[in-house]
Design a protein around this ligand. Structure first.
Ligand code: ATP
Ligand code: MG
Length: 578
């Protein structure tokens, strides 16, 4: 491809709303363009990378036994009603001319389960793994980061069907390995973490996280045993929360007029948030419950429901809070609270002389102490984990880092097959529900996650496996005969050897060509300049910009060998993670 013919509209200025480096770079380099919030077009370079990402994800899923299909985006309401997911908030809904409602596929458990329940009868047809690479629609509340969190995006979603748990374990392990290999081949550092299952449901599930400071997800990792979990899911050991030996001060009341938030109260009382205990009133399976966490911590509702075996947990209404505590929202506390079960986070055990709401509007208690002033009905791990928390699996300490979720695998077991009554006839002659797994890889999110994790001040740095071109020949002066001849020769020889190469022969200053090559992030740059008259060119890697001279006769062979080495390095990385 010649750069003069390539459509890559570069930008000097990017819209201020583009905050993430990858988003800015993809816009600047003309890889993507925005149509509406969370809706993007892929221009030639972006689409090329996307196709290469897809190809790798496809190859690895095929190798794991997946069979590719393509399911519809347009899905009748009845199907969603069978599983109770018609009301999921991110589902896009539309009505057709005859008044029938449809959902636009946000994930395809319903459709694939429908296919299998109609056409798979016997255990002999299992295991079965069906997958697709397809556009998904989700009405995200906060589209962000360009294609990182879009409302229309491309996912590889795979679904496994087995007759028993052992079968599911094996299918899950195969897909886990397939995704690990795919991400390694995409040249990113990633970790697999325990995760929360969200709208998909099911028990065991894990996420692939690309480590990046700008990532939306907080991930905790134990420095000793390697336990890793999304903060949404992460457990915390009950360790190191010995009762404080601080002598108890007399209980006191302070007027805190209109001070409802932690910031207001602690600012007003000049106390650090660590010395305050938040009291959050919930309704759990129809009964009131007060949950206590330290003022600077967040309650983790999903973990609390799981830890306390609750089916339904909801914030109590303001009216209910007034009824239970006798005070407005913002002034609840455990002291004197009646007919409400009190559950506290382990950490509270180590606190003394703290501040709580006084169950009286516009007042807080000071110097509250456990046992002396109130009793706790149950201790549990109910807060969001953070840096420095004790590991639940060993004696280690967990460290927090940020990550971008790029893949998510689930053991959904019989959640969908039961809801949709999808059964098979097993060896013993009995009807059983299919045991399912589902596996999602964010194909279009990877278009951004790769440069998010690999860029510098000058632009993107693509790994060889998915780069928009493997090499670029920079013809610095197209009017110079020797340079033109050398550049075209290297370009053609590389093409003959199967290299995906770009020739920048544009009538532009050499500075522009260097800048664009760096911005686009093509991994190998071949500079054809003055040295061409001596039969030489310079080759350098985008990664470190270290240049080396090559004689023209050997240039193509050498460059091919550099490209092969880079490709091999990524494949070896895949072998190491699997
Ligand atoms: P998130 O927590 O980021 O909203 P999710 O957990 O809802 O994602 P899954 O249903 O697990 O997403 O989807 C599987 C994969 O699809 C994710 O790991 C991610 O890589 C990708 N993905 C999900 N939502 C989006 C989106 N809005 N835009 C781009 N990719 C997405
Ligand atoms: Mg997910």
């Amino acid at each position: 491809m010649r750069a003069s013919q390539l459509f890559f509209p570069t930008l000097r200025e990017v819209p201020a709303e583009a905050e993430l480096p990858s988003h800015r770079l993809l816009l600047r380099a003309g890889f993507i363009r925005k149509l509406a919030a969370g809706v993007y077009s892929y221009l030639p370079l972006g689409y090329k990378v996307l196709k290469k990402i897809e190809a790798i994800a496809r190859e690895e899923t095929n190798a794991a036994g997946g069979q590719e299909i393509l399911m519809p985006s347009l899905q009748p309401v009845e199907l969603w009603q069978e599983t109770g997911r018609w009301d999921v908030d991110v589902l896009f809904k539309l009505e057709d001319r005859s008044g029938r409602w449809h959902g636009l596929g946000m994930t395809h458990e319903e459709v694939v389960t429908d296919i299998v329940r109609r056409d798979v009868r016997s255990y002999k047809e299992l295991p079965l793994n069906l997958y697709q690479i397809q556009t998904k629609f989700r009405d995200e509340p906060r589209p962000r980061g360009g294609v990182i969190r879009a409302r229309e995006f491309i996912m590889l979603d795979s679904y496994s069907f087995d007759r028993d748990d052992e079968g599911l374990d094996l299918s899950y392990r195969k897909m886990r390995r397939a995704f690990s290999r795919a991400f390694a081949r995409l040249g990113v550092d990633f970790i697999i973490v325990e995760a929360e299952s969200g709208a998909i449901g099911g028990k065991d599930n894990q996420e692939y996280m690309v480590l990046a400071g700008s990532g939306e997800d907080m991930v905790l990792r134990c420095d000793q045993c390697g336990y890793a979990a999304n903060a949404e899911r992460c457990e915390i050991a009950d360790r190191g929360y010995e009762p404080s030996d601080e002598p108890g001060e007399p209980l006191d009341v302070a007027d805190t007029p209109g001070m409802k938030t932690i910031e207001q109260v602690t600012g007003f009382l000049k106390t650090p948030p660590k010395k305050l205990v938040k009291t959050l009133i919930y309704e759990a399976d129809g009964k009131p419950i007060a949950a206590l966490v330290r003022g600077d911590r967040d309650l983790n509702e999903a973990k609390m429901s799981r830890m306390l075996d609750m089916d339904k947990l909801e914030m109590a209404s303001p009216e209910m809070i007034v009824k239970l505590t006798g005070a407005e929202v913002g002034f609840s506390g455990p002291v004197g609270l009646k007919n409400v079960r009190i559950v506290a986070d382990y950490e509270i055990r180590a606190m003394a002389n703290f501040v709580t709401g006084a169950n009286k509007t516009d007042a807080h208690y000071l110097n509250v102490n456990l046992d002396r002033d109130f009793r706790v009905d149950g201790w549990a791990d109910i807060r969001v984990a953070s840096d420095g928390d004790p590991c639940p699996k060993c004696a280690g300490v967990m460290r927090a880092t940020r990550g971008i979720e790029v893949g998510h695998i689930f053991k959904i077991e019989t959640k969908y097959s039961k809801a949709m009554d999808a059964t098979l006839l097993d060896e013993d002659g009995r009807e059983k529900h299919f045991i399912m797994g589902c596996y999602g890889l964010g194909v279009s999110r990877m278009l951004a996650a790769v440069p998010e994790a690999n860029h510098d001040k000058d632009g993107m740095i693509w790994p060889m496996s998915v780069a928009p071109f493997e090499a670029v020949v920079l013809l610095l002066n197209p009017d110079d005969e020797a340079q033109l001849g050398a550049a075209v020769r290297v370009y053609e020889e590389l093409q003959e050897r199967g290299v995906d190469v770009l020739l920048d022969e544009r009538d532009e200053r050499s500075g522009v060509k260097f800048k664009d090559a760096d911005l686009l992030g093509i991994p190998v740059q071949i500079v054809v300049g003055r040295l061409a008259s001596e039969g030489k060119v310079e080759v350098r890697l985008r990664r470190d910009k270290q240049g080396r001279e090559l004689v023209l006769d050997e240039a193509a062979r050498e460059i091919v060998s550099i490209i092969e080495t880079e490709k091999r390095r990524l494949l070896e990385a895949a072998d190491r993670v699997s």
